[in-house]
Design a protein around this ligand. Sequence first.
Ligand SMILES: Nc1ncnc2c1ncn2[C@@H]1O[C@H](COP(=O)(O)OP(=O)(O)O)[C@@H](O)[C@H]1O
Ligand SMILES: [Mg+2]
Length: 359
Amino acid sequence: MSQPDTAPFREPAQGRPEDDEDPPPLHVASRLHAFNRYELKYLVPVDLAAELRDELGERMDRDLNSPAGGYGVWSLYYDSPELRFYWEKIEGLKFRRKLRIRHYGEPDGVSDASPVCVEIKQRVNRVTQKRRITLPYGTARQLCDGRELVEHSPKERAFIHEVLDLVVRLNLRPTAITGYQREALVGRGSDTGLRVTFDRRIRGDALDVVETLGDPHQLAQVIANLLANACVHTPPEARVEVRVGTVRTGPDTGGTDRPGRSSATGALPPDIPACVVEIADDGPGLPADTARQVFERFYRGPATGASGREPGSGLGLSIASTIAEAHRGRLELDTRPGAGAIFRLLLPRSVGAGPATRP
Ligand SMILES: Nc1ncnc2c1ncn2[C@@H]1O[C@H](COP(=O)(O)OP(=O)(O)O)[C@@H](O)[C@H]1O
Ligand SMILES: [Mg+2]
């Protein structure tokens, strides 16, 4: 274990400084840290992110706590059995809260003594407020999992009780872990207070729970078809990845149109919640004109394997697309030559589907 005694990375505080004589409304204490932020997030391609970082690097300073290459951020998220916090985020609720335990640095070597932050992140309209205390990991788990009142200073009392109230009242349990590598830049001069972070190598250990209404046999047929295609129409060494999740439709996530994307059916409305299954391969990919044709009945592309034409009827994708449409969803293909193929099935999250439940 080579963890320092205090959390090595502190994010800048805003608002009133600590003052014992005149306590600010949030009861800021030595271990308790609170700050408000207006947060915007963008998904950008890796090469563009590198360009942006270099450009911003000329006008902004590297955050003192952010070494070259960035630092690891690992979060353990707590949620109710009905995944209330998760759905509040997906549904874009204006007022929402979540509880997480956060560790800065690499995940290996974390012991009960390693410092972590217990954090309540709250969003009110577009302003994000974070309140956190730093505790040894073991104590943080005692508080959040064991629901025990752990030792605290008088100033931490309100925060500790709020955490306990949340975990008990909503029956919160550790539900998902996410990790990424973050590089942080801070503004100078008139940009003081501005902070830009680049998060990459985003990882998670929990499978997404996705629930949708539909005909299970037909939907299974779509997925089986896409999997078979990814195996049959790519060279044997190609990798195939299946991803499942919930997104809001848009150019980055899917469902709406953009260059390099084709479909037999029209775009879904933008920014609606949808369940997604993606079957992605790193095979040869397809040129734009062929990508449009694959959804036509009886269309079959040229053979890709060494042993001549792959088996098939040319009907698979046309049927799959019809099934997606009958579910008020869409089947689409993101591809370009040399960049593999991502077939994406999107199903709008139906009103009647209700919150996802765990088995
Ligand atoms: N993952 C993929 N990578 C490259 N080409 C693909 C992929 N999936 C489908 N195709 C192309 O789309 C065509 C149509 O697919 P499909 O409708 O399922 O018919 P079939 O598999 O019977 O040929 C295939 O013949 C192939 O050329
Ligand atoms: Mg097929």
